[in-house]
Design a protein around this ligand. Structure first.
Ligand code: HEM
Length: 261
């Protein structure tokens, strides 16, 4: 008998570990501040989606490496759809007023989304520079090894660049070469497979930016100009992250595509 065979008494809750899952929401306030349950639930849901995004992006990179571009489109499409859901979820959080939030906010100190290891892993997997991540290692020491390992591996950006080298569109991945290669891709109808990949990658970059924007807008609505529980300046810090892009060359090339006017 195969060891993978599911037990015959399998049920919905056993398979999905529902009992464990719904026992994980533990408010710190006593008596419980009503909206703390919403706050915990929404963050946990985010972490589950982050886990799936990381899983899907690993697959995307494998597919890009092996030249299975059609499969990589499907992975990236799924990731972008998850992001759309992540952005929409902020609407649920905004049913909470600042007054209700402040009934439990002081209990959160010094914890913050700033310390989300999976979010940092996602940024590294997309192509962020590991040398800028020391500050996050200090905040969550247990994530240090995991993030260092992730930073040492190929990322979506390097896999994309290698693909363009393999396809003979550039010699190495300098910023200039990447912009030139992208222009060639858009100019040549025979490179439609790569053009489609570029469109998926720019959409991915765009979705992360939209999430950052929506998050900072919600944060201002919730805490105004107060500092973050993670110790940053709050809104001004988050606004400074809006410039982050994983594929700046895809954006830069846009200025030169399809004519001179
Ligand atoms: C009432 C709701 C929320 C407030 C007031 C809030 C506030 C903040 C603030 C002020 C920061 C800056 C770091 C700090 O000093 O703490 C931050 C960072 C962050 N938050 Fe939130 N947040 C909220 C909800 C969420 C949710 C639902 C998520 C989903 C996981 C999230 C994920 C993050 C992430 C990933 C960062 C780091 C961003 C970066 O460094 O680029 N936050 N948040």
């Amino acid at each position: 008998m195969s060891s993978n065979k599911p037990p015959s008494d399998l049920t919905y809750s056993k398979y999905l570990k529902v009992d464990e899952l719904i026992s994980l929401q533990k408010p710190l306030t006593n008596p419980v501040a009503h909206d703390e349950m919403l706050f915990i639930t929404i963050h946990q849901v985010y972490e589950l989606w982050f886990k799936l995004i990381l899983w899907e992006l690993e697959n995307t990179m494998e597919n890009m490496n092996s030249g299975s571009l059609l499969a990589s489109y499907r992975d990236l499409d799924r990731v972008c759809e998850i992001f759309r859901v992540l952005i929409q979820q902020i609407d649920i959080l905004e049913t909470m007023t600042p007054v209700d939030f402040n009934k439990f906010r002081s209990n959160l100190n010094p914890a913050s989304g700033f310390q989300s290891g999976q979010f940092r892993e996602l940024e590294l997997l997309a192509g962020a520079d590991i040398s800028e991540y020391e500050k996050f290692f200090e905040l969550e020491p247990e994530w240090k090894a995991r993030l260092k390992a992730r930073g040492a591996k190929p990322n979506l950006r390097t896999v994309f660049s290698n693909l363009l080298v393999k396809r003979g569109l550039m010699k190495d991945a300098s910023r200039e070469n990447l912009v030139e290669a992208i222009k060639k891709i858009y100019d040549d109808p025979k490179l439609l497979d790569l053009q489609t990949l570029c469109e998926y990658l720019i959409r991915f970059d765009e979705q992360i930016s939209l999430w950052r924007f929506r998050h900072v807008q919600m944060v201002e609505r919730m805490i105004g100009m107060r500092k973050g529980t993670g110790g940053s300046l709050g809104v001004p810090y988050l606004q400074s992250t809006l410039k982050k892009r994983f594929f700046p060359e895809l954006w830069e090339a846009r200025t030169h595509l399809g004519g001179t006017y």
